[in-house]
Each structure stands twice: as structure tokens, then as C-alpha cells.
Design a protein around this ligand. Structure first.
Ligand SMILES: [Zn+2]
Length: 689
């Protein structure tokens, strides 16, 4: 890192409309934390910046659906996310939020500078508008079919399946996510950032200048640039967000992807008065850790904004990860197919390092990867417990047994090939771990750490100090061989603490405690040496670093995952409780039911079915045949002309050979049925909601 004097690390701002899941951790927070802890151990000047992204459409949608304010939504999830990150040991120097005043000012000033320089195009365009909900439909207010991969659930700003960035106009069969209405076009005015003007510069800066970026990142950027860039609206019609700082812009806010990355700058301002040293001096190395869905925003749009602004450094690297699937299926928060971090921490207390270990050793660094509970158990039991923990435990137990609880001396004249081999493995491991971390290959780096512990186990197995101990009476010189073996094993233990510290910080601390040494030993430059522990120094009794994870625990987690999974079939199958109330549903489920007013035009008994009446219903826009099980309660002639409420989109069903197209709502008490009705006359076909 000779060209840089300081490092600024950012991790994607998690979106404050839901809790954190392990895909988020694997995507950017764990890699960013490993990188930061490693650089801190190298005593480099580094700042690690994070915060919650609290603006944008999904938050307003959630607030609408839950009947609370957007502020209440973000307050709840900001706290939850922050706690999860903190408890997982993600060591931000600051974890801020984009609703803070300093961020509003920073983002508005950024916009103003670009505006004053005449860089925005002001355009009046026709945009999709939901007449039912009375809002313009941008971003996640609108869904439709992706024109690239045919995903039927692509959003108005992006297809999450293929990663393509979209505009609402590109969606096939667009639909409002608020009301399911087919939207209409309506005029609105916005400020566009002309990305195409930065295309040539981006090609040179990124495609020519950053060939070292990860293939998955470079490839996605290249395809974007090859397809050509277009102007992009940087404002939205909304009342939630950062107000457009112009006099005639009532009801307009900054686009969330304009303001969110500026949040890194705002948070740095909050952290230190020296913020401009990190953001404005060219000898800062800026690294954005993100998941693959954010590549375009961090590699194309934000750099173009930074370039246009002119005061700030550009990213040196954007080591984005791909997605982590769960048990072979894509993470979906709407289907509740996820492992939630706050729940993991409750179910596996004090085992955050196990999850850090599994998510790093299985990280989706180059392609999508799969998390399974079985693999979680295997990696814990056969790697952390059986290799890493086992080596350190044996070294300490044997030292207490064979060397009186003190670091034994090293008899240099007696060192053999195996001893020398271990010493050189320790030095080699340091170099390969640091090379891998500097190149953002964290899986490889962690593999080296475990492999070094594996070599320690092998060394101990070959030396067999417990056998030597039996021969001491005959040959007291054997004690010197025992000393050498355990001296080296303890020095290796100290090295393992240094090497594992960026990955498993809690484990490193536990090793320090057993070795009775201070945090300063973890400085990276101490690694690779075998003089970390002084001869004659007495050490604490060993404690187990990891525990075996049992089959039952894994079975319970898999059951939990499957039982939490939301799909319509299982919701319908759930039995009502003793009061007859049904399990909770989400608004989306209710929103699928099309309820309409209707009028009974005719009613007649169904042959050979004494419970059924065949009804003709006027729904205004059409007439329907509905078969209803009310014949025991009503005389057909008495109900003609009655107003009713109809479930109009129920799938057709044949009863006694008659196709029934819908259902009439009835209320029941003590076996008696009554019609559910509007309390005054209303035209048939009116929507009920
Ligand atoms: Zn797509």
C-alpha cells in the first residue's frame, strides 16, 4: 500500500425497513470488518464508516401498510440493525443514519453545487401515476416484467434477479404495488443527472484504470458502459426524504440513491473534524464494501457524481460480493426465507465468531453461494472445534502437565527439521494471509489460518510430547525435547491469535486471556515471529474456545426456517384457534381479495342439494352465477333484490354440475345466517376495501 497514507472503508448502508439477515453480513459487513481490523492491526490510519439508509420508497410503503409514520419505521429498524451489527462485532468507527440533520445538509449542499454548475437537466416528463392511491409510481412503487430476464416481479428501479437497473417505462405490464392498479401517465418535473456525459471518463477511469477489480464487479460495470448510459432522474415526488433545495420544488425529494452514498461523507463529518483529510486528499484509499445489487450505484453513478462535484476522492476498489442463498433457495424477506441475525444471536449466545467463521469461509466472493445449517454445524465441529480449538487446547493442557504451567525454554541446539519446518510455516502463513487480505480474498486468508492450526496439530502428533514424558525417568534429556515442542506450540498459539483476530475477534481475545498478554500483542507485525511469549512466563488454565454443535440444534433451526416460510397454501391450512380467529396475515394477502357489491337478481333451489341456492348476481360490469350454501336459511323469493358483498375473484368451482363464480359474504351467529350489506344503496360492482 505504498501510494496511500490513509484508508477509508465504507460498508453499504443497510436499509432501515427490516431486520438484518445473514446475507447482509456475508455480502459486505463481515468482509469490511475483516479488512478494517487487519489494517488497524497494521497500525494504518483507517476509518470504518457505516449507517442506516432511512429514505426511499420501501420505507413509505411499509409505513402506509403498518399505519405508522416513516420516522417510526426507521427508528425501529435503525436500532435493531445497529444492535445486530454491534453484537456481531462489526467494528464501525461510526454507525450513523441518513435522517440526521448533518446528512440532510451535506446531501442538499452536494445537490446545490451540481445545480449551480448547471449540471442537471430539468425535464417535464410523463410518469406512471396510480389514480387510486393518488401518487406517482417510481422505483419500488411499481413492478412489472423485466425486459432483460423476464422476471415477473422486477421493480421500477431494478430487477433483483438479473441486477439490471431499470426505469419504470422499461417494465412490461407495469402494475402499482400500492393498489395493483394499472398505472396511467401523468406529467411531472424532475432534475436529471446526465450520466452519458461521464461515459467516456468512466470507461477510462474504470475499464482502463481498474482492471484489478474483481471479475464480477468489473464485468457488470463493463456491460453497463458497453450498453451506454442515459440521464437519470435524481429527484422524486414524495414527502419522505431530503427536500430538493430549490425554491419551486414543493413535494420533491432527492432520489434515495443520490442521497444514500453521500451518507458516507456525512457520517465521516460526524465522526471527525478531520473528515476532509479522508475525503478530499488524493492519498486516501477509499474502499466500498457492498453486495452485488449495489454495484451500479457505487461503481458508476456515485463516482460520476463525485467526479462532477470535484472535491472528493474516488473509490480505489469496490470488492462487491455476490448473493448468499439459504438452503438452496434465494433469500426473500417477503417470504420470510432468511436467517435473521438478532435471532441467531439469541439462539447461539456468545457464538458470533462461529457465524463470522462460516460466513467468511463460505463467502460468495466470486459467485452466489449457499448457506446450510448442516454446513454450519460441520464447519464448527470439524474445523473450529476439531482443528483450531483442539490445537490450542492441547498445547495449553500439555504445557500445564509437562512444563509446570510456564512457557518452557527453547534449546536452540536441539531444533530438528520438523521444528524448523514449523517455524518457517508460521512466517510463510503471515505473508500469505496478508497478501490475500490486501487483495480482498478473505476466504483464502481464513483458510490459511485454519491450515496453520492444522499444521500445528500434525507437528504435535509427530513430536508426541506425551510419549517423551514417559521416557524422562530413563533419559532426563527428553525434557528438553518436550520443552522445544511445547515452546513452539505456544508461540504458534500466540501467532494464531494475531492471525485469527481480524476474522474472529472474540476468539482472539479469549486466547490473549489464556496467554495473559495484552491487546498490543495482536499488532500484525508481531505475527510470523516465535518470540511472542517469554520463557518462564506462567499462563492461565485453558478454556474451550468452541463447543460442539449438536444435531438437535440444527434440526431446530431448519424447522424454524421452514415453519416461518410464508406461502399462501400453508396460511390457509392453519387451524383457527379456540375463538375461531385465524392466524395473522400480511396486508398483501388481504389485498389480493377483490370484494364487490352486488344485487341478487334471481335465486332458485339446486336439485338434490337441500343446502344450496343458485343465485344470479348483478356485479354492475357483469352478471354472475354463484352457488351458495344458504338454502336452509332463506326462502329464494325473499332474497331477490338484496344487496350483498361478493368475493369476486375467487377461482370458479363446480357444485352439483353448476359452475360457481364467487362467494357471498355472510355473518353467522348461533347457527343463524345474515347477509353482510352496505348500510345504504350503492351501485353494484363498487369496490369494498
Ligand atoms: Zn431481470
Amino acid at each position: 500500500m505504498p501510494d496511500f497514507n490513509r484508508i477509508l472503508v465504507t460498508a453499504a448502508l443497510p436499509y432501515a425497513n427490516g431486520p438484518l439477515h445473514i446475507g447482509h453480513l456475508a455480502g459486505c459487513y463481515i468482509p469490511a470488518d475483516i479488512y478494517t481490523r487487519y489494517q488497524r492491526a497494521r497500525l494504518r490510519d483507517i476509518k470504518f464508516i457505516g449507517g442506516s439508509d432511512e429514505h426511499g420508497v420501501p420505507i413509505t410503503i411499509r409505513a402506509l401498510r403498518e399505519g405508522v409514520s416513516p420516522q417510526q419505521v426507521v427508528d425501529k429498524y435503525h436500532t435493531m440493525i445497529k444492535d445486530s451489527l454491534f453484537n456481531m462485532g462489526i467494528s464501525f468507527d461510526i454507525y450513523s443514519r441518513t435522517s440526521n440533520p448533518v446528512h440532510h445538509k451535506t446531501a442538499a449542499d452536494f445537490f446545490t453545487k451540481l445545480y449551480d454548475a448547471g449540471l442537471f437537466e430539468e425535464k417535464e416528463t410523463e410518469q406512471y401515476f396510480d389514480e387510486k392511491a393518488n401518487v406517482f409510481l417510481a422505483d419500488r412503487y411499481i413492478t412489472g416484467t423485466c425486459p432483460v430476464c423476464a422476471n415477473p416481479n422486477a421493480y421500477g428501479d431494478q430487477c433483483e434477479r438479473c441486477g439490471t437497473s431499470l426505469s419504470p417505462e422499461q417494465l412490461i405490464d407495469p402494475k402499482s404495488t400500492l393498489s395493483d392498479a394499472v398505472p396511467v401517465k401523468k406529467k411531472t418535473r424532475h432534475w436529471y443527472f446526465p450520466l452519458q456525459q461521464y461515459e467516456a471518463w468512466l470507461k477510462e477511469w474504470l475499464l482502463e484504470g481498474h482492471k484489478e477489480w474483481k471479475n464480477n464487479v468489473y464485468g457488470q460495470c463493463k456491460s453497463w458502459l458497453d450498453n451506454g448510459l442515459q440521464s437519470r432522474a435524481m429527484t422524486r415526488d414524495s414527502n419522505w426524504g431530503i427536500k430538493v433545495p430549490l425554491p419551486d420544488a414543493e413535494g420533491k425529494v432527492l432520489y434515495v440513491w443520490f442521497d444514500a452514498p453521500i451518507g458516507y461523507i456525512s457520517a465521516t463529518k460526524e465522526l471527525t473534524a478531520d473528515w476532509d483529510k479522508y475525503w478530499c486528499q488524493q492519498d486516501t484509499k477509499l474502499v466500498h464494501f457492498i453486495g452485488k445489487d449495489n454495484i451500479v450505484f457505487h461503481c458508476i453513478i456515485f463516482p460520476a457524481m463525485l467526479k462532477a462535484h470535484g472535491d472528493f476522492v474516488l473509490p480505489d476498489n469496490v470488492p462487491a460480493n455476490e448473493f448468499l442463498n439459504i438452503e438452496g433457495d434465494k433469500v426473500s424477506t417477503s417470504r420470510n426465507w432468511a436467517v435473521w441475525v438478532h435471532e441467531y444471536l439469541k439462539d447461539f449466545p456468545d457464538q458470533q465468531d462461529v457465524l463470522r467463521y462460516v460466513l467468511c469461509s463460505n463467502a460468495p466472493e466470486t459467485k452466489d453461494n449457499d448457506f446450510t445449517w448442516k454446513d454450519f454445524q460441520d464447519r464448527n465441529n470439524s474445523e473450529l472445534v476439531a482443528i483450531f480449538g483442539n490445537f490450542i487446547n492441547r498445547a495449553l493442557v500439555l504445557m500445564h502437565k509437562l512444563c509446570k504451567g510456564k512457557v518452557p525454554p527453547l534449546h536452540a541446539a536441539l531444533l530438528d527439521e520438523k521444528d524448523q519446518g514449523l517455524i518457517s510455516e508460521i512466517a510463510k502463513a503471515k505473508l500469505s494471509i496478508e497478501t490475500s487480505i490486501e487483495q480482498y480474498r478473505f476466504r483464502d486468508a481464513l483458510f490459511e489460518v485454519i491450515d496453520l492450526a492444522r499444521k500445528g496439530n500434525r507437528y504435535m502428533q509427530e513430536k508426541q510430547p506425551w510419549i517423551l514424558a514417559r521416557e524422562i525417568e530413563e533419559d532426563p534429556a527428553k525434557q528438553q525435547l518436550i520443552d522445544n515442542c511445547l515452546h513452539l506450540c505456544l508461540q504458534l498459539t500466540a501467532n494464531l491469535a494475531i492471525f485469527v483476530n481480524p476474522f474472529l475477534p472474540t476468539t482472539a481475545k479469549k486466547i490473549l486471556h489464556m496467554l495473559k498478554v495484552v491487546d498490543k500483542m495482536l499488532e500484525w507485525d508481531n505475527g510470523g515471529k516465535i518470540k511472542l511469549l517469554s520463557v518462564g512466563y506462567s499462563l492461565r488454565a485453558p478454556e474451550l474456545l468452541f463447543r460442539k454443535i449438536e444435531d438437535e440444534e440444527i434440526v431446530r433451526q431448519v424447522e424454524k426456517l421452514n415453519s416461518g416460510k410464508i406461502n399462501t397454501e400453508t396460511v390457509e391450512e392453519k387451524k383457527p384457534d379456540q375463538h375461531g380467529t385465524k392466524p395473522e396475515i400480511v396486508f398483501d394477502d388481504f389485498g389480493k381479495i377483490d370484494l364487490r357489491t352486488g344485487i341478487i337478481l334471481s335465486a332458485s333451489k339446486v336439485e338434490k342439494a337441500d343446502k344450496l341456492l343458485k343465485l344470479e348476481i348483478d356485479l354492475g360490469f357483469e352478471k354472475r352465477t354463484i352457488v351458495s350454501g344458504i338454502a336452509m336459511h332463506f326462502n329464494p323469493a325473499d332474497i331477490i333484490g338484496k344487496q350483498v358483498i361478493v368475493v369476486a375473484n375467487l377461482a370458479p368451482r363446480k357444485m352439483r354440475g353448476i359452475e360457481s363464480n364467487g362467494m357471498i359474504l355472510m355473518a353467522e351467529t348461533e347457527g343463524k345466517l345474515v347477509f353482510v350489506q352496505p348500510d345504504s344503496a350503492i351501485p353494484p360492482g363498487s369496490a369494498v376495501s
